[in-house]
Write a protein that binds this ligand. Structure first.
Ligand code: C2E
Ligand code: CA
Ligand code: CA
Length: 430
């Protein structure tokens, strides 16, 4: 009963509650091989045949599972020992040991052929770091108590009945989605599309913004809104961000070559690449992106690193990063200008070369005269500060004309082009 209670009721709270144990678990993470899963297995689903041992009481615990199909039994020890619980699709097992880095307290068997989704330790532990210390304390007491009761053999006798303990918590959905996301990168399902950025004076293509997509086998193209924030919750964003960066530079090299052949007198094309907070603070990020541009022989001044206005809160750490970034020759663009509360302070304290005015201003040009005034003021300010200015979300020709008249340098939006596949850009540049 206790295990069932833990699985059904407490589980949703376990993950955010257990930070206390994260450091101990993390210290063990050099050896991440999950019991019964050979290292070579890339997929996040693992199959067991009826009668197989999934794990034994006393085994080291370094992953948890969600039942995808079939029936799993949790037992005191051997296959003939007392049944503690039966889990079916959606049931979670093996989570206790992961949380407090202890040996498995019970055994798990495949009652039928089963498929299990593997939850890596770090999927849980990276989230544990931020949990409330009081809750972590309560969690420690709970886990110790439950383990003691299990060891004393005091678990419920009424657990023989089959329980369809489907976990419908948001947390579990999230973990499943995250796991799919990890595999997506390995399976090359994450790709960049490119939206042209147009010079408003001459209507020529000046550069691109790289925007990532997840080409999901079932869901089709998934928007970055759906997965970037999830990726930002763990170190995965660093790996993802570097892949995006590498692809964008590889493609820029191709775009620049084609463009210079056709338009030798025009300035080389640039590439704007979005960067998340976690990437800025990640060790070696700058060294890695420098290595990428060097590899593709791209001049870093043709890369505009886009940092969203709302991200620039910790000025001190960001300013050091920005200083280093400039020292390597990269350009910086303040994205979504006008939507956060730190925009002007960012401009005051940090050294950006470009401002990107958020699309809300462009959207409301027709309906709200104040938008036009603000656009004029922001453009004037950018000029005086010797910065270039890009307007996002241009959907009408009228908007493009008005913005050009105001003096906005570049425009980006569906009026010119939606973000498109690399092959389409190559076709257009030929
Ligand atoms: P963002 O950086 O502000 O990108 C502009 C968004 O506006 C893009 O949405 C683009 O497709 C959309 N857009 C462009 N023109 C128009 C237009 O005329 N009308 C309208 N309504 N929308 C337009 P998308 O591609 O869905 O990206 C959403 C956000 O996801 C981006 O906003 C950015 O914050 C984030 N993102 C995208 N790719 C990356 C990435 O590689 N790394 C990181 N960290 N974030 C990314
Ligand atoms: Ca952007
Ligand atoms: Ca933007």
């Amino acid at each position: 009963m206790i295990v069932l209670y833990l699985t059904i009721v407490i589980n949703p709270f376990l993950i955010p509650l257990a930070n206390y144990f994260a450091k101990r678990v993390l210290s063990n993470m050099n050896n991440k091989l999950c019991y019964n899963i050979p290292m070579s297995i890339k997929t996040h689903i693992i199959s067991f045949k009826q009668g197989d041992i999934i794990f034994n009481a006393g085994d080291r615990a370094d992953c948890a599972y969600i039942v995808e199909s079939g029936t799993v039994s949790l037992r005191q020890s051997g296959l003939e020992s007392e049944l503690v619980a039966t889990l079916e699709k959606g049931g979670l097992l093996g989570e206790m040991g992961v949380i407090n880095n202890a040996a498995r307290s019970i055994s798990a068997f495949a009652e039928t052929d089963v498929e299990l989704l593997v939850i890596d330790t770090e999927q849980i532990t990276t989230r544990l770091d931020n949990s409330d210390p009081i809750i972590r304390g309560v969690m420690e007491v709970l886990l110790t108590r439950i383990r003691k009761m299990l060891n004393d053999g005091k678990q419920s006798q009424s657990s023989n009945q089959k329980t369809n303990n489907v976990i419908v918590t948001e947390g579990m959905h999230k973990i499943r989605f995250e796991k799919e996301l990890f595999s997506a990168l390995e399976n090359n399902e994450i790709l960049n599309v490119y939206q042209p950025i147009i010079g408003l004076k001459n209507n020529d293509i000046a550069g691109f913004e790289a925007l990532c997509r997840w080409n999901h086998p079932e869901k089709g193209m998934v928007s970055p809104f759906e997965f970037i924030s999830l990726a930002e919750e763990s170190d995965f964003i660093i790996k993802l961000g570097l892949t995006i960066f590498d692809d964008a530079c590889k493609h820029l090299q191709k775009f620049q070559d084609l463009h210079s052949i056709k338009n030798p007198k025009l300035a080389p094309l640039f590439m704007s690449i979005n960067v998340s907070a976690a990437q800025l603070t990640s060790h070696q990020f700058l060294a890695k992106i420098k290595a990428i541009v060097d590899n593709y022989k791209i001049n870093p001044k043709h890369i505009k690193i886009e940092i969203t206005e709302s991200l620039v809160v910790d000025f001190k750490s960001v300013s050091t990063w920005i200083y280093d970034c400039h020292a390597l020759g990269f350009n910086l663009s303040l994205d979504d200008f006008g939507t956060g509360y730190s925009g002007f302070q960012s401009l005051l304290e940090l050294n950006f070369q470009t401002i990107k005015i958020d699309q809300v201003f462009v959207n409301s040009m027709e309906t709200n005269p104040k938008s036009n005034i603000m656009l004029e003021i922001i453009t004037d300010m950018a000029k005086r500060l010797n910065m270039s200015i890009v307007a996002e979300g241009i959907e009408e020709g009228d908007q493009a004309q008005k913005l050009a008249k105001i003096g906005v340098d570049y425009g980006q939006g569906y009026y010119f082009s939606k973000p498109v596949h690399v092959d389409e850009i190559v076709k257009r540049l030929k």
